[in-house]
Design a protein around this ligand. Structure first.
Ligand code: HEM
Length: 252
């Protein structure tokens, strides 16, 4: 009895009502008002068709890709406390994380596996969206935003690959950036090259002609600051558009 009264008093308090303005919804109209007055819930359109919220419609691939992104952000921030992006320190810091820092190996593996998972989930999400025909109007703009998100997800993986500064990382990035040097127009070895060896896309990535201290620093800043920042902006646009386009496409 006292428990009920406590809950009733809490619900009628000024503090509670300032957060939950509508209270328990009694009608469809109230339900719409609840969605529209909450910063979190209003990401969903006020009306969605029952068909579009079935798990089989999306398999929650986009949501799971976003969950992987959140795990990567949190574990990445924690890894930044231990990792120094210089050729003298980088490899040793990763070894320390694996063998000395408490839970360091768990942290690093969680980051690595979430990164692999995110790439797979984003591709699966794209296949699902394609199969649903959700690239068609009015969702064509969101499809383009998605393509940018896919490119950035792959670029995040690529920039992260150099950071352990071991042989695998060094030579993989050497191969990858040499491929960039062979790109059309912007690579000095590519067809219709417009730029010199010191000003092409490889030089832009490495800050040099070979993988060295400059490249490690550039990849670190791109991996930890620039790409995640741009991704957060694009994700906000992506989610906003899902809502504005009427939620997940209902019909195939
Ligand atoms: C970081 C990567 C991405 C995240 C976190 C993400 C997240 C989401 C979420 C949560 C949804 C709503 C529910 C769902 O469909 O699962 C969605 C919808 C959508 N996404 Fe993505 N997405 C990403 C990448 C992509 C890519 C690569 C494409 C396509 C090239 C894409 C195109 C779309 C489209 C067109 C919709 C609307 C689907 C519909 O109305 O049925 N997204 N996204």
């Amino acid at each position: 009895m006292t428990e009920h009264r406590l809950i009733r008093n809490l619900r009628s308090s000024q503090a509670w009502r300032s957060v939950f303005r509508i209270g328990i919804p009694q009608s469809s109209r109230d339900r719409i008002a609840v969605i529209l007055s909450s910063v979190f819930l209003h990401l969903h359109p006020p009306r969605v068709s029952a068909a579009s919220i079935r798990i089989r419609r999306t398999y929650c691939m986009g949501g799971l890709a976003f969950l992987a992104f959140l795990i990567l952000t949190i574990t990445g921030l924690l890894l930044m406390f231990y990792y120094r992006p210089t050729p003298e320190r980088a490899y040793g810091d990763i070894e320390d994380l694996a063998h000395v820092v408490p839970f360091g190996s768990f942290l690093r593996n969680l980051h690595r596996w979430s990164a692999h998972g995110m790439v797979l989930l984003v591709i699966a999400h794209m296949v699902r969206v394609f199969h649903a025909g959700a690239y068609r109007p009015p969702r064509e703009f969101n499809w383009v935003v998605g393509v940018l998100l896919l490119a950035l997800t792959l670029f995040l993986s690529f920039t992260g690959y150099l950071l352990p500064w071991d042989q695998l990382a060094y030579w993989a990035v050497t191969v990858g950036t040499n491929m960039a040097a062979a790109a059309p127009i912007f690579g000095h070895e590519g067809p219709f090259a417009l730029v010199s060896e010191d000003a092409d896309v490889r030089a832009l990535l490495l800050g040099d002609r070979v993988v060295g201290a400059g490249a490690l620093l550039r990849f670190y800043v791109l991996h930890c600051v620039v790409v995640p920042f741009v991704m957060v902006l694009l994700l906000a646009v992506h989610f906003y558009r899902v809502r504005r386009d009427g939620g997940v496409a209902a019909r195939y």
